[in-house]
Every structure is written in structure tokens, then in C-alpha cells.
Design a protein around this ligand. Structure first.
Ligand code: UDP
Length: 371
């Protein structure tokens, strides 16, 4: 059977890399090809290099001032000849990006069966996050197979009358990627970015690692986040390292407000291997990222999530994640409490990660071998 695995952004590449590897391992059953839309370019390529994935097709679509309208059209048009040429039986897409929905639609037009990896996450608020919630709901409507990372996401799909035998709870492939990589990363002896981080990190301080990029936080949200970080970094025992996302709506406020703060190190987005090395050294992680909040508990790191709603309630329920929104006072209060309240910190860092056991990709391949 022919499988085409398609992705376009950094987080999709990280979460699809173990899926690609697992399908390639099963070469006697599947002929597997990889297509990237390159909705992100630089950050995507860093991941492809680390996981040694050479795409068979590359739409190379990233453009300056890219918008959702042109990107959606370009992806659908770009996929047509690839789908007509390779004629895949299955097309696998991931999550909730413009790539996910556009490729799912193109694959449906081409008559391929669509598998949705990381299916069933929901806030049921179509503007939070925008456009991800609608991207994943529509991708779910199109998909023939749903690989749900948790039982909660499976339940969401069942409540929408998705056929039960088309859904499998697999765990999240982000944990497959993390568990495979974290050992390799700690053995890397000569890596330029890790060496640079070693020079920046002051081991006598509590390291706060920050990431953020969500569209819903652009504008006032990022102004509040920056103001909270300035406040937290006033403590003598704190050091902040923040790899700043390349989106100009993030770069502009972050560099103009935090650029001169001696306790806050703003750096370029890190290659995946350097980022997980850094997370592993953190005391606390502050983020609005989906992937980071799924990874951090596996490394025993408490996370403050700068969002008001979440499609990932499992970690909040498990107690490894605290939702703080973009309210400055709340971010500062929770961060300071986790620095000073050692018992609470310890409890949070010992909790179990609800996102999987590192075998999600295997379950996806097993399921499609039988369908
Ligand atoms: N990540 C990375 N370098 C960085 C920051 C994050 O490789 O400088 C990784 C991180 O480990 C996680 C993924 O990127 O797996 C998260 O991506 P992002 O926050 O862009 O997207 P989201 O997960 O919110 O969709």
C-alpha cells in the first residue's frame, strides 16, 4: 500500500518524524513517501536535519507576508500533481494547521483515504485557538481514520458521531519523538547551539524557559507576557532563556520590550535537539505552545500555559500544567509561588505524563496494516 505523509510546520515535523520512521521500517507492507508544504521553512528544516528525513516532495510554499487565503489555495493546487502522480492509498496529515486541512481536502478530492494524527483535540470555541480549532474539526470531518492521542480526544470524536471503529487512542507521537531523542541529545558532545547555551546558563539560578507564538496572543497578549517576564526576571535567583519564534508579531514586541533586560536571554529558535536539552535543564517552563506542554511533564518540568482555554485538558487535570492566560499578575504569582513553594514544585514535577508511552507511531502503523 502507498502512504503519503504530509506536514508543513516545525511541530508537525517533530510529531510526524517518528511516524515516518515507523512506516519506513515496515517497507514490506507500505511504500512511504514524505511531502512537505514548508509552511514554515527554516524551523522545519532544522527538524528534518535532526531526524534525517529527506522529503520526496517539497512545495516550498513559505512566502513573505503569507496569509491564510493564499496559503490554503497554494497548498491545494500544489498537492494536485503529487497526488495524481503518486496515487497514495493513504494520506496522513497531522493536527490543526493550514497544511492539515488543505492537504486533507486535496487528498479527499483525489480519492485517497485520509488518516488524521493527533485527532480529536477540541476547545469547541471556534476562535480559540484561531484558526486551529476549525482546522482540526474540519480535518476530522474529512478523515477516514482518527489517531487520537488520549481517551479524552477519542471521547470528543465519539460524541461527534465519528464511527467508533475508525478511531484509535494511540498516545501522542510527540512522546515517541522525545523519548527517542532525549538520550541521544544528552550524549551529544559537540553541538554549536548546546555549547552556546552552556555559556549562557548560570547554574546557580533557577532557569525559566519561555516559548510563545499563538495567534490569539498577538497584540495585547504578548505585551502582558513580556511585562510578566520582566517582573519575574527582577528576582536575583532567576534567569530567563527565551527562544523567540520567527513570526514578526512575536519578534517585534518581545525584542522591543525585553531586548535590554540583562536577566533575559532572547535567542533564535533552537533546533529541536538543543531545545529539548534546554528544557531538560529548566526549573520552570512558561509557554503557549501545544507541543511543549505535552513534552515538559515527561522531563518532570512544571509548566505555566499562557492561554485561557485549552484543547489539552489532560495535563491540567493531571496537575502538571497550570493555565495562567495572559494575565500579568497571574503569570507572576504562579511563577513566584513555584520558585518559593518547594513542596508544591516537587509534587508537580513528579506527576505522571498523560500523553503517552512512546509507542503511538507503532499503534498507527499496526492499525493501518489491518485496514
Ligand atoms: N521547539 C523547538 N525549538 C524551539 C522551541 C520549540 O524545536 O526553539 C519544539 C518543541 O520541542 C515542540 C515544538 O517545537 O516539540 C513546539 O512547536 P510550537 O510551539 O511552534 O508549536 P505548537 O506545539 O504550539 O503547535
Amino acid at each position: 500500500k502507498k502512504v503519503l505523509i504530509v506536514f508543513g510546520t516545525r511541530p508537525e515535523a517533530i510529531k510526524m518524524a517518528p511516524v515516518v520512521k515507523e512506516f519506513k521500517k515496515n517497507g514490506q507492507v507500505f511504500e512511504t513517501k514524505v511531502c512537505v508544504t514548508a509552511q514554515h521553512r527554516e524551523m522545519l528544516d532544522q527538524v528534518l536535519n535532526f531526524f534525517e528525513i529527506m522529503p520526496d516532495f517539497d512545495l516550498d510554499l513559505m512566502k513573505p507576508n503569507q496569509n491564510l487565503f493564499s496559503l490554503t489555495g497554494d497548498i491545494i493546487n500544489g498537492m494536485k500533481p503529487i497526488l495524481e502522480d503518486f496515487k497514495p492509498d493513504y494520506v496522513l496529515v497531522h493536527g490543526d494547521t493550514t497544511t492539515s486541512i488543505s492537504v486533507a481536502l486535496a487528498a479527499f478530492y483525489a480519492g485517497a483515504k485520509v488518516g488524521h494524527v493527533e485527532a480529536g483535540l477540541r476547545t469547541y470555541n471556534k476562535l480559540a485557538p484561531f484558526p486551529e480549532e476549525i482546522n482540526r474539526q474540519l480535518t476530522g470531518r474529512i478523515a477516514d481514520f482518527h489517531f487520537a492521542p488520549t481517551t479524552q480526544s477519542k471521547e470528543n470524536l465519539l460524541s461527534e458521531k465519528t464511527a467508533p471503529n475508525s478511531i484509535v487512542a494511540t498516545g501522542n507521537t510527540v512522546i515517541d519523538a522525545l523519548l527517542e531523542s532525549v538520550n541521544i541529545v544528552n550524549e551529544i558532545t559537540d553541538n554549536a547551539q548546546i555549547n552556546q547555551l552552556k555559556e549562557i546558563i548560570d547554574p546557580s539560578k533557577k532557569l525559566v524557559v519561555v516559548t510563545g507564538h499563538r495567534r490569539e496572543n498577538h497584540g495585547q497578549g504578548f505585551l502582558n507576557i513580556c511585562s510578566a517576564l520582566s517582573e519575574i526576571a527582577r528576582r536575583e535567583d532567576v534567569q530567563v532563556i527565551y527562544p523567540v519564534h520567527l513570526n514578526p508579531h512575536v519578534q517585534k514586541p518581545v525584542y522591543s520590550i525585553l531586548g535590554d533586560n540583562p536577566h533575559i536571554h532572547l535567542i533564535a529558535p533552537l533546533p529541536y535537539e538543543a531545545f529539548i536539552w534546554l528544557m531538560d535543564k529548566a526549573y520552570l517552563i512558561v509557554t503557549d505552545s501545544g507541543g511543549v506542554q505535552e513534552e515538559a511533564p515527561s522531563l518532570g518540568k512544571p509548566v505555566l500555559v499562557m492561554r485561557d482555554t485549552t484543547e489539552r485538558p489532560e495535563a491540567v487535570e493531571a496537575g502538571t500544567v497550570i493555565l495562567v492566560g495572559t494575565n500579568k499578575d497571574k503569570i507572576v504569582k504562579e511563577a513566584i509561588d513555584l520558585m518559593d513553594n518547594k513542596d508544591r514544585y516537587k509534587r508537580m514535577s513528579l506527576l505522571h505524563n498523560p500523553y503517552g508511552d512512546g509507542k503511538a507511531s507503532q499503534r498507527i502503523v499496526d492499525f493501518l496494516s489491518k485496514n
